[in-house]
Design a protein around this ligand. Sequence first.
Ligand code: MEV
Length: 421
Amino acid sequence: MPMNTEKKFYEMDLDERLSFISSKSNISKNEISTAVNQALPFDKVDRMVENAIGNYSLPLGIATNFVINEKEYLVPMAIEEPSVIAAASHAAKLARSCGGFKATADSSIMRGQIQVTNISDIKKAMRTISKNKVSLLKMANSLSKNVKAIDLKTRVITSDVDRSKMLVSELYVDCKDSMGANTINSMCELVGPEIERKTNGNGKVNLKILSNYATERIVTSKATFKKEELGGIEVVDRILSAFAFAFSDPHRAVTHNKGIMNGIDAVSIATGQDFRAIEAAAHAYASRDGRYRSLSIFTKSSKGDLTASIEIPLSVGIVGGISTVHPTAKMSLKILGVKSASELACVIASVGLAQNFAAIRALSTEGIQKGHMRLHAKNIAVAAGAMGKLVDIVAETMYSQSNITIDNARAILHELQLKSS
Ligand code: MEV
């Protein structure tokens, strides 16, 4: 976001940051502060998971400068790794010069799968399911007013284990603004036994579960970065060469995509999404042509600028699930100001792309350790017992000595304390 205050967001103290978010979002400072510091009460935690003993917290920061489809966003990110939020914000700032990110999202269709095994006559079973499609869809839809099953298709799958045939009935469900997992699973569990009844001994229903491989929920985002702002055509070429490496080698592609997921997971966690589902789908999609590749693509425009794009399945929701229960997730969605699941998906994909661009730009130029180690040094200083202003002094001293260890932090701290006593 272009700061109309003198200070940049990262230069502000906590109170100034909250005031800034409040001025952009019309949410009171108090409301924001309460929500982002509120642990879930134990009775809630105890209802959410088994054997509960408490809460687990992560740092929550705000990525700035994001313009996506011409709308400004302050993006909450929950992540423990230093540099990620700064890198995303910086990439978003560079993308602004060419209009920011342009993103699209498919409608929110997901599949529920019902596995039918032990079929004596596959074609007959397929005909039976197809003949009963309307009533089966009606049955599925009796469970929900908003989320709707819109189609039912069948596929024959040959087991790669024993070459036996199975039939998979797939419910196509429009999840609208929800992620949809619970409703789809309930639909499958309701419709599955009915399919078995209708097939009348010609098959046994086994699994009834959604597919997290959200290939009908694809999101794209792209951005252009001016060569002059990257450090010239040589840097553009270095980034292209980094991309070629990730596109061609799975060992590099996994790390490249990990950089993308740094952004995607951090926004997903902040907004209460099922990031495991997102991760699983992303990596399957990265292998869609039979080889694990980078999820993003980089090219050079006719002017020599860098164009970056990403295509990724994203099943996210802004209603239902944890995103409407967890105070911090609710507040993160409010700060983002997204009005639909597809808008949220566009933001998440764009942050993933920004993160990835920032990482490979750093890797192609100065490397990532410089920025990383400065922040790491602060953590070590705190671990050694430094407090207040001493944190920065100890960290900077270790950094300038290129000796960032807990022993050195303790020694520097000890010396500083002796001097001031
Ligand atoms: C570190 O969390 C992420 C990177 O390794 C990504 C990459 O290598 O592209 C820097």
